[in-house]
Design a protein around this ligand. Structure first.
Ligand code: ATP
Length: 331
């Protein structure tokens, strides 16, 4: 008699959307868990683009050796407009059938999950998602793969900027990534000791920044760092600099730094490697248990399965406690 677990014999894995440090550790965990459970793993290169172009290769435990410590993704990543079309999806389905895949593990952000959901529903095909994005903007997990490493990169840069800011008595505006979410800004702002953190989730207007600068002026601070999420609603870091100049004249010597893509790369932190390894194993086990259309995550130290529909539609909330802590310690 065949059991649920016998039905999954071949699993394809891909990385899609923006790359994130730790994706390799997740690929490794998916491939090794497949081998452990007697499932044949297949690597799909360049996300959905590679699925459409049949860029698919059988993998084994050895294919993922020496990658746990590498940033980026050995499977490459891509954004695939074609996958949003009927023809693109049909071609992807043809290739899945050709390789006799029984399920997919997709590692990426909410766009990747939207694509997975549409494809899974259309062809009645089991797919499990693993959250991998430095922005951490995915509902259903405390942390996405890559976030922790990106924070460490940002804080290292902020520490360096602090040195020069202090030496010259400067006010720095530092823009960090995060798209519409302020998680990188908030965590790195606290960890980097920023005087002010501007995030889209809690827009307090430019007046708040003026007040804060006025207040800290009285304390004769030797440097001021303002961390700005790229999605902040008060304009770009250059706009902010301009507004501060208009308000205070030449009271502050201002500088702007946009950290940009350094935040995406680099060796994954141990935290990201462990998270990625856990989620990789869980994704394969979930498929063996007959789960589908879900994302695996860890919340409050517990394994959690979130429907892809929820993971894509809901936004994770900014923890009010973090905002409060940032306010208190930046007086
Ligand atoms: P990141 O958060 O790092 O940007 P992401 O997964 O959100 O990662 P996207 O570029 O938004 O990155 O999505 C990845 C890919 O998923 C898209 O290039 C596209 O191929 C596919 N995709 C996104 N939305 C849909 C959709 N509604 N239908 C089909 N495919 C989609």
């Amino acid at each position: 008699m065949s059991t649920q677990q016998d039905q999954i014999k071949r699993i394809g894995v891909l990385t899609s959307g923006g790359d994130a440090p730790g994706m390799n550790a997740a690929i490794r965990a998916v491939v090794r868990s497949c081998v452990y459970y007697g499932i044949e793993p297949f690597g799909i290169y360049r996300g959905y683009e590679g699925l459409i172009e049949n860029d698919v290769e059988q993998m084994n435990a050895g294919s993922v050796k020496h990658i746990i410590h590498q940033g980026g993704t050995i499977l490459k990543s891509a954004r695939s407009p074609q996958f949003k079309t009927k023809e693109g999806m049909a071609q992807a389905w043809e290739n899945i059938q050709e390789h006799e895949l029984d399920a997919l593990v997709v590692i990426g952000g909410d766009g990747t999950f939207k694509g997975a959901m549409e494809f899974g529903n259309k062809y009645d095909f089991p797919i499990v998602g693993i959250p991998g994005t430095i922005d951490n903007d995915i509902y259903g997990t405390d942390f996405a793969i890559g976030f922790d490493t990106a924070l460490n990169t940002v804080v290292e840069a902020v520490d360096k900027i602090r040195d020069t800011a202090t030496s010259h008595n400067r006010l720095f505006f530092i823009e960090v990534m995060g798209r519409d979410a302020g998680f990188i800004a908030m965590y790195s702002g606290i960890g980097g000791g920023a005087e002010e953190v501007l995030i889209p989730e809690k827009d307090r207007g430019i007046e708040q920044l003026f007040e804060s600068l006025e207040r800290t002026s009285k304390r004769n601070k030797s440097s001021r760092l303002v961390i700005v999420a790229e999605g902040d609603k008060n304009g770009s870091v250059y706009d902010l600099e301009e507004q501060v100049k208009e308000q205070f004249g030449d009271r502050y010597e201002t500088k702007v730094t946009i950290l940009g893509h350094v935040q995406r790369g680099g060796r994954p932190s141990c935290g990201d490697r462990v998270l990625a390894s856990r989620l990789g194993v869980l994704s394969v086990e979930a498929l063996r248990d007959g789960k589908r259309d879900i994302m695996v995550g860890i919340r409050n130290r517990k394994v959690e399965y979130t429907e892809l529909d929820h993971a894509t539609k809901r936004n994770p909330k900014m923890d009010k406690e973090l905002v409060r802590v940032a306010d208190i310690i930046s007086i």
